[in-house]
Write a protein that binds this ligand. Structure first.
Ligand SMILES: Cc1cc2nc3c(=O)[nH]c(=O)nc-3n(C[C@H](O)[C@H](O)[C@H](O)COP(=O)(O)OP(=O)(O)OC[C@H]3O[C@@H](n4cnc5c(N)ncnc54)[C@H](O)[C@@H]3O)c2cc1C
Length: 473
């Protein structure tokens, strides 16, 4: 008999919007066993090819059905350093779940019948964490004399650091901000990724011997040449894509218009929701407009709504997107959650300008309606403005979440480090080595905004190349 997919437990929308606690509670043991039992254990599983780090998904799901959670944990950890983290935030519906045989071919994202691989991964990851399961480490004594600098402590940097340390290499992570984790800390809100999960993963790296130095901007505190002269044998660049894009429309410089990066950093990294107990303030709008259709826009809107609720301001937060829901790059689950929480969506709307008051505070957004035209370079149908469709809407806080670009602090001061027209670092796709010998790169600084697991996949390839290079010395 066909079994229905098991839905993960979630905190009720009306309760969860009043705080920053985790929304999805995940699977209990019975849920995990039921969901695992739906896996067809295909002879030629497609799911693994949908995973950027190549987890043996069929095997770990089988081990769950045998209640061998420890072995399931080790199976995942062979390929993925951070299962609890990825089980929470991986866009599985575009990756392993989309490749699952239970999703019909040609769908843009996984059907709900596909196995909930991410929730199973999360269950196993949390089991390993709760039971302090130690992953066997195979340090190679030939590598212990080498030291590698990892620049940036986002998922790319953390993953590369872990891989190198497990091989016995001395690793120092140099991070520009005062806290480690990159987007995992300053971008993704705690209601999606609780900070104890992130801290656990970072502490695990510390136990492996990885050293972290914060408030250290490479390109300012040291150049790459200086790092090499300090006896680092190789450098990995996991710089991310930290520079926000803007709309370039009139009025965008008015007060209370934030980039999503600034808005989220104020709240997630600087605890602005606790102001004045925390030092950093953030504006709480009565009519919030978030512009964009990706994960960043969903996070910004859900944070803005929580700030309204916590401060007893009637909730009015709207996401404005120039295409339709089908083209939205955000995770399906996040869109669903945002909607359940009361966030409104205005599709096929193109912002034209912001209007302010005499104090230069934003008061209104003017916009036009669109319809979908031919597909553009991204393959998604292009929004085409409908003539004379202009309108205005109240807006006293706007968050612009339309994309991120590479930060050029380091690349600008590093002669010979090749970048493309977007400012991203160019690498050899096999080795992840840049145009500079012994300098490797991965994550969003290579190829622009991607996903956590893609960043980790690149970092693993780079770490493999660094190990091979050092073994030849
Ligand atoms: C709000 C938001 C939500 C997202 N949600 C998801 C999601 O749900 N699922 C998903 O898979 N992906 C998501 N993403 C994308 C994902 O977070 C990124 O693809 C991923 O973080 C990229 O990892 P990274 O290590 O390359 O870069 P980052 O995470 O950006 O880390 C780069 C780090 O390098 C540091 N750094 C930069 N330059 C220097 C320098 N010169 N010296 C020292 N340090 C430096 C930065 O301070 C930063 O800490 C989201 C992104 C955002 C912004």
């Amino acid at each position: 008999m066909k079994k229905n997919p098991v839905k993960a437990l979630e905190v009720e929308a009306a309760k969860r919007v009043e705080n920053f606690g985790e929304v999805v509670s995940g699977y209990n043991e019975q849920d995990a066993l039921s969901e695992a039992s739906r896996c067809l254990q295909c002879k030629n599983p497609a799911c693994t090819s949908g995973c950027p780090v190549g987890i043996d998904i069929k095997k770990f799901i089988y081990q769950i059905t045998q209640k061998d959670y420890a072995q399931a944990y080790f199976t995942i950890r062979e390929k993925n350093n951070f299962p609890s983290l990825c089980g929470r935030i991986c866009p599985a519906e575009y990756q392993c779940r989309k490749a699952c045989v239970l999703t019909k071919k040609g769908q843009p994202y996984a059907s709900s019948e596909s196995i909930n691989i991410n929730f199973l991964e999360r269950f196993v990851g949390d089991y390993g964490m709760k039971n302090n399961l130690e992953v066997p480490v195979n340090k190679d004594t030939r590598l212990s004399k080498f030291k590698v600098a990892v620049v940036g402590s986002g998922p790319a940097g953390l993953c590369c650091a872990g891989e190198l340390a497990r091989n016995g290499i001395g690793v120092v992570v140099l991070e520009g901000l005062h806290k480690t984790g990159g987007v995992l800390r300053y971008g993704i809100p705690p209601f999606r990724l609780p900070r104890d999960i992130l801290d656990f993963e970072i502490n695990y790296l510390k136990k492996l011997g990885v050293e972290f130095i914060t408030n250290f901007i490479v390109g300012k505190a040291r150049t790459l040449d200086e790092l090499f002269s300090e006896k680092y044998s190789a450098v990995f660049l996991g710089l991310g894509a930290g520079i926000p894009s803007f709309l370039g429309i009139p009025g965008e410089n008015l007060c209370n218009i934030y980039s999503a990066n600034e808005f989220l950093t104020r709240v997630n990294l600087m605890s602005a929701f606790e102001f004045p107990h925390a030092h950093t303030p953030v504006s709480i709008g009565k009519h919030v407009v978030v512009i964009g259709g990706g994960n960043t826009a969903m996070d910004a809107a859900r944070v803005a709504l929580r700030l309204q609720k916590i401060n007893s301001v009637p909730a009015d937060t709207t996401v404005v997107y120039r295409r339709t829901e089908v083209e939205m790059p955000a995770r399906r689950l996040e869109i669903e959650h945002a909607r359940e929480e009361g966030i409104k969506f205005e599709f096929l709307v193109k912002p034209e300008g912001f209007c302010g008051d005499e104090a230069s505070l934003v008061r209104r957004l003017t916009a036009s309606r669109c319809e979908l035209g031919e597909p553009d370079a991204s393959g998604r149908r292009r929004p085409v403005e409908i003539p004379n469709s202009g309108f205005a809407t109240d807006c006293d806080l706007a968050v612009v979440a339309i994309g991120l670009k590479a930060n050029s602090i380091l690349t600008n001061v590093t002669p010979g480090l090749k970048t493309d027209k977007y400012g991203d670092v160019v690498v050899d796709k096999e080795t992840m080595e840049t145009s500079l010998k012994n300098v490797f790169a991965g994550g969003d600084i290579v190829g622009g905004e991607g996903t956590v697991i893609e960043a980790m996949g690149m970092a693993k390839s780079a770490a493999r190349s660094i190990v091979n290079r050092l073994l030849q010395r």
